[in-house]
Design a protein around this ligand. Structure first.
Ligand code: 4G1
Length: 244
């Protein structure tokens, strides 16, 4: 899968995606992440890519020309039509299902805004999807683009060494994960739960399921509405709610 990022800070994208699992996936040829510097497509002698907003107001707006030329330059190397994602707080909030859907694409183009945003006309011309990672103020779209690339890339077959893990994790079934422990058996007086040392696999599985249910009930009760629960799960949760 190929990720193409239009940005004013290509080194931020390149550095971030060279590291850890994404870096290994790129080395293995499973993904490529290429960052194109919008500033390279400025036709201004100072290399400016932004100007004052028509109608007045604070800050600067990114101009359409440099973005359009940067887009055309990467478009040449992409067969067919690729989705263009503009990361913006006005977009649909990103979630696991969207990551799964986007992971089916061969090429994805991300446009990262800066300053007060981007001239509306280039968004109308190029963008197919408006996506946000949440409601807070950031200085640019690079971090949201990297968040999405990370979430999508790990779903590409072969990226995770342990293929099963992608499926069995949080959000696959809309439950939070159970707690994990490794050696030592006792750390500063805190022991690993006995059941995990017992070797009794059915009990371990039941304990983990109950931990997931309890955590979801306490921290993300909204997720329970979407979770697929067995009769046993419901009975366990009913007992939990009674005790509160
Ligand atoms: C209005 C946050 C503006 C920010 C309202 C999450 C934030 C992209 C995201 C802003 C951005 C709120 C995101 C804001 C983002 C153009 C340049 C927009 C950066 C920009 C709540 C600045 N998920 N922010 N504006 O932060 O791109 O995707």
């Amino acid at each position: 899968m190929r990720f193409h990022v239009l940005t004013l800070f290509p080194e931020m994208i390149e550095q971030g995606c060279r590291t850890s699992i994404l870096g290994r996936a790129a080395d293995a040829g499973l993904i490529t992440v290429s960052a194109t510097n919008i500033r390279d497509f400025s036709e201004n002698k100072h290399g400016h890519v932004d100007d004052y907003p028509y109608g007045g107001g604070a800050g600067m707006v990114m101009q359409p020309g440099p973005i359009d030329r940067a887009y055309q330059s990467i478009k040449q190397n992409i067969p067919g039509k690729a989705r263009v994602i503009y990361v913006t707080p006005q977009g649909t909030v990103f979630h696991q299902r969207m990551a799964e859907e986007l992971a089916k694409e061969e090429d994805l183009i991300f446009l990262c805004g800066h300053y007060e945003g981007v001239d509306e006309r280039i968004l109308e011309k190029l963008v197919t999807d408006y996506v946000s990672i949440g409601d807070y103020v950031l200085t640019g779209g690079e971090l949201p683009a990297m968040v999405m690339i990370d979430a999508i890339a790990r779903l590409v077959p072969g990226v995770l060494s342990n293929q099963v893990s992608a499926e069995f994790e949080s959000f696959h079934d809309n439950l939070l994960e159970y707690p994990q422990y490794t050696r030592p058996e006792e750390y500063e007086g805190r022991r690993v739960p006995e059941v995990l040392l017992s070797g009794h696999h059915a009990n371990i599985e039941q304990w983990r399921r109950e931990q997931s249910l309890t955590r979801t009930l306490h921290w993300r009760p909204d997720l329970l509405e979407k979770a697929e629960l067995t009769k046993k799960d419901r009975e366990y949760l009913a007992k939990q709610t009674d005790r509160k």
